[in-house]
Design a protein around this ligand. Structure first.
Ligand code: SAH
Length: 214
């Protein structure tokens, strides 16, 4: 029921913000929500866990997951003010008590004592290529915590390029979860575990992880 309501709200917000393309918004429930929910079957999250969704955009997967998992605490981070505003209004309309928002860059929040290594789990869909993504994510996750990255067929090449980043950041690939979408498209969720405390030099300054990936 709440997912239906989220779908309605997102469609209205999308008219203002272009969170998703017009083709994508038509498939909001059948494609995007299904894609986001795929993690629920496989992740190592437990009640009481704190979860951060990086580059959440219009709240994907963060809002979808927060609706399903009311006993977990979600922080939804994005650097675009209008998107965070929009999420705040949807959270209010949905009456969600387990969602906080963070407006700003991953590079900055990950170096702030309030959010550094404070999360049991991180998620990210369509934020950045893997070497960059791992650097943006590693600072938020507690040692031993997990990170879930949504990827398409290109994950194989991205993984090859990310070998150096995985070693430096202590982000170990545990498993590649493969699943089929209702329209038969194959999608992947890469599961990482953080194996050690992160060196304070990571993430590097704003923009550097994307411009000069590890
Ligand atoms: N996860 C959503 C949105 C993906 S678009 C989805 O699957 O639909 C990527 C989003 O990441 C954008 O909203 C952009 O504002 C945000 N973003 C990009 N780089 C960022 C950074 N370094 N820190 C925080 N947010 C970032």
């Amino acid at each position: 029921m709440t997912l239906k309501k989220l779908s309605k709200l997102l469609k209205t917000e999308n008219e203002k913000l272009n969170l998703l393309s017009s083709g994508d918004i038509e498939k909001l429930e059948s494609k995007h929500f299904v894609d986001c929910e795929a993690v629920l079957e496989l992740w190592k999250a437990e009640d009481g866990d704190s979860i951060i969704d990086l580059g959440t955009g219009g709240g994907l997967p963060g809002l979808v997951l927060a609706i399903s998992e009311k006993k977990m605490n979600f922080s939804l981070l994005d650097s675009t003010e209008k998107k965070i505003k929009s999420i705040k209004s949807m959270v209010k309309a949905l009456g969600l008590k387990n969602v906080k928002t963070l407006l700003g860059r991953c590079e900055v929040f990950a170096q702030s004592p309030k959010s550094r290594e404070k999360f049991d789990i991180g998620t990210a869909r369509a934020l950045a290529p893997l070497p960059t993504l791992l650097e943006l994510a590693a600072g938020f996750i507690k040692p031993e915590g997990y990170f879930y990255a949504w990827k398409g067929e290109n994950h194989k090449e991205e993984l090859e390029l990310a070998e150096n980043a995985m070693n430096h950041l202590g982000m170990k690939l545990l498993k590649i979860h493969k699943y089929k979408m209702p329209e038969k498209q194959t999608r992947y969720i890469l599961e990482f575990q953080k194996t050690k405390k992160l060196d304070m030099m990571y993430p590097r300054k704003d923009g550097v992880p994307l411009k000069s990936p590890l």
